[in-house]
Structure formats: structure tokens, C-alpha cells
Design a protein around this ligand. Structure first.
Ligand SMILES: Nc1ncnc2c1ncn2[C@@H]1O[C@H](COP(=O)(O)OP(=O)(O)OP(=O)(O)O)[C@@H](O)[C@H]1O
Ligand SMILES: [Mg+2]
Length: 362
């Protein structure tokens, strides 16, 4: 009745509304099925809440029927899809991983790991294949935040022993902490840290993933710079609190990524406010500091997360609020941040995949 090629030919005329690129060029035709005179098409889209999708769906339907009048009904489903970051270094170091994101900050203790964990589980909840790797060689907190006590399994691949990430909450998890006995402190120097991470990245067998999130160590010194160069990054997310002292360091983080040609996808403002029991709001660390920084630097604000006991407890117990309190305001904010991240990464990839010459490879 209609072949995949014929359908792709039609979809060349229709663009993803956010990416201004055709569904065919994006490889966004997920699947289709025919039932009598009914055609069902599953398309990926950058933002499934884009208000123009209804109209787009009608237009695609009309076009299909005009060319294939035997169909009487066309149903189109839109699901969020991912554009792959095309990068030689990434495909050699991390084959099968479509995008890599560093969650970083300048200042320590601002909530990077908490944000990274909730972002990862929110992406997984939205249906994206997601992994997280703890690149924090000083104090890996991912095993605690996921409540993982077991060690990764070893699997032989082409005669070499590789580590299999532990899967929890639908996220593939790997941490340097899995390999450190007890509370042994690790003292790393820059080159050592980077070669350990390189080796570590090369020795893990991930599934095919849409997103691999790197929880970075705090700071903007040599080690962080080396790590940012070592990991083939699609982009960085910077976490900051709204207070001046954190913002100064967040700006340093932004500059560090600029230096190594990694785009900052956006900023997460954490501990933005506290909801008091009487309904009023306390801006403990000041109001909108992260938001204002975004305006100043011309980068997107991914979201503002309140200070909340549930978030802290979720971290300590390894029960992320995004999973265990799915209807809470906090879970919804993390989910919005995840959606925004996907959309921004798609836009970044379309731009750089269309003009690869402009991207400076390291
Ligand atoms: N929005 C929040 N509300 C309440 N507590 C939070 C929030 N975000 C983070 N925390 C808590 O703050 C502490 C520091 O968070 P986290 O470990 O995520 O920071 P970090 O930036 O990764 O720290 P480090 O620099 O040491 O890696 C943790 O106890 C965490 O549970
Ligand atoms: Mg951390």
C-alpha cells in the first residue's frame, strides 16, 4: 500500500517545528502500520507539546491521502526523539551513545549530583535510554544517591574483561565509587585523573543510549579542565545556587567549557527558594541569581528548583524525588528541565551536524 521510502518521500516536505528540519532528514520516522484503510504513523518530534503539531498532523494526513487515496484515516502519534551528536572522538570512545552531558558547577555542594540523578531518572521516565557516570573522582556520590550496593558485573568482550553498568530506576549507572573499597580516599593528579577516567570509559559496556550524563567534580582547576577535554561532550549543564559566591564560580565553569569548545546547554538554578508552611516564599540565597546570569551570558535557564527536604532525603536514601514523589512540584520541575534539555540538545546537534566544519574538534 505504502512503502517506507514513499512515506519518507512525503515526510521530506514536513519539518519538525522546533528544528526546522524535515522528519526524513532527522530520521524521525519511528514506525508505521497499516490496518485495512487506516494508516498509523509514529513520528519522533523535538517537543511533543509544540502547539503546531495538531495542524501539522492534519497536513501530513491530507498529503498522504492525496497521494494514496485508498487510505481513509491517518493517525499520527508524536513522541519526543533525539538527534545524535555526530562526533568522531565520541564514536570511538563511546560508540552507541548518542549524546553526552556534563553536569558541572564551579562551586562544590550546590547540588550537581542531586540534579544529575534527577535529570537522569526524569529522562528515563520520558522514555529516553539514559546512563549516568560518576566522574567525581574525589567523592563519588552516585552509588548512594541510587542506593546501589552491588558491584558491577564483569563481562568478557572480544577476550577483554569489561564492566557492565548497574541498572536502577531504568538508568544505567557506573561510578568510580564502585571500584573503591570502603571509604578509601583517592588522591588524584590531573593527568592521572584523566587517564583513569579514559580507561574507565573504555572499559564499560553501555547499551545504546540516548543520553549519558557525567556527574562532574566541583571546581574549575586543571583536573576539571582535563576531564572536560577527555570526555567527548555534547554539552554541559551548569548548576548554581542564586547567591553571588556560587554565581561567580558558575561563570568560571561556563568559561572553562568555552575554552574547550563545549557548549553550555543551560543553567539549573538550585535552592532557588523555600516554600514556607504559611504559603509565603523565602528566597534564602537571593532571588533569580541564576536566571539573571543566563540573561547576561545569553544561555537558557533550564529551571529553578526549590530547597526541599524531600530532595535532600531522596538523595541520602537513594530514592530520587522524581521517582518516589512523581506528582510533587519538584518532580515536575525536573521533568520540565529534562524536556528542555532534550529540545536544546536537538537544536544544538542540528546546527553542528549541518555545519560540522564550524565545530572545532579537539
Ligand atoms: N534542592 C535541594 N533541596 C534540598 N537539598 C538539596 C537540594 N539540592 C541538593 N541538596 C542537598 O545538598 C547537598 C549537596 O548536594 P549534592 O551532593 O548534589 O551537591 P554537589 O554539587 O554534587 O556536591 P559536590 O560538589 O560535593 O559534588 C546534599 O545533601 C543534597 O541532598
Ligand atoms: Mg557531587
Amino acid at each position: 500500500m505504502i512503502s517506507k521510502e514513499q512515506l519518507s518521500e512525503i515526510l521530506k516536505n514536513f519539518n519538525d517545528p522546533d528544528l526546522n528540519t524535515s522528519f526524513t532528514e532527522l530520521n524521525f520516522l519511528k514506525s508505521y502500520s497499516i490496518n485495512g484503510d487506516k494508516l498509523k504513523i509514529d513520528l519522533f518530534v523535538s517537543d511533543e507539546n509544540n502547539p503546531s503539531l495538531q495542524k501539522l498532523s492534519e497536513e501530513i494526513g491530507k498529503k498522504v491521502i492525496s497521494e494514496f487515496p485508498d487510505f481513509s484515516e491517518i493517525n499520527i502519534n508524536f513522541n519526543c526523539g533525539v538527534v545524535e551528536h555526530i562526533d568522531k572522538k565520541k564514536s570511538s570512545v563511546l560508540p552507541g551513545i548518542k549524546n553526552t552531558i556534563a553536569v558541572a558547577s564551579g562551586k562544590g555542594g550546590v547540588g550537581k549530583s542531586t540534579a544529575a540523578v534527577n535529570l537522569a531518572v526524569s529522562l528515563a521516565k520520558l522514555g529516553y535510554k539514559t546512563g549516568i557516570i560518576d566522574a567525581d573522582i574525589y567523592g563519588p556520590s552516585i552509588p548512594t544517591m541510587f542506593d546501589i550496593k552491588e558491584k558491577p558485573k564483569i563481562k568478557s568482550v572480544n577476550g577483554k574483561n569489561k564492566l557492565v553498568p548497574v541498572t536502577k530506576y531504568d538508568v544505567e549507572v557506573m561510578s568510580i565509587g564502585f571500584l573503591i573499597e570502603g571509604n578509601n580516599a583517592v588522591v588524584w593528579r590531573g593527568p592521572m585523573a584523566s587517564s583513569a577516567l579514559k580507561q574507565f570509559m573504555g572499559e564499560v559496556v553501555w547499551s545504546e543510549l540516548d543520553f549519558l550524563i557525567f556527574d562532574m567534580p566541583p571546581g574549575t582547576g586543571d583536573i576539571q579542565l582535563t576531564l572536560s577535554q577527555t570526555i567527548p561532550l555534547t554539552g554541559a549543564i551548569i548548576v548554581t545556587t542564586p547567591q553571588e559566591i556560587s554565581l561567580i564560580d558558575a561563570k568560571k565553569g561556563f568559561s572553562m567549557f568555552e575554552k574547550v569548545n563545549v557548549q553550555t546547554i543551560g543553567i539549573i538554578e538550585n535552592m532557588s527558594y523555600y516554600n514556607l508552611p504559611d504559603g509565603s516564599i523565602d528566597y534564602i540565597f537571593g532571588k533569580d541569581g541564576g536566571k539573571n546570569m543566563c540573561d547576561e551570558l545569553g544561555i537558557p535557564l533550564l529551571g529553578q528548583i526549590p530547597i526541599n527536604k524531600k530532595i535532600r532525603e531522596g538523595g541520602d536514601l537513594g530514592k530520587p524525588v522524581s521517582i518516589f514523589e512523581p506528582d510533587s512540584l519538584e518532580a515536575k520541575i525536573y521533568s520540565e528541565i529534562a524536556k528542555r534539555t532534550v529540545n536544546l540538545i536537538n537544536q544544538r546537534n542540528i546546527k553542528s551536524n549541518k555545519s560540522p566544519g564550524l565545530e572545532i574538534k579537539l
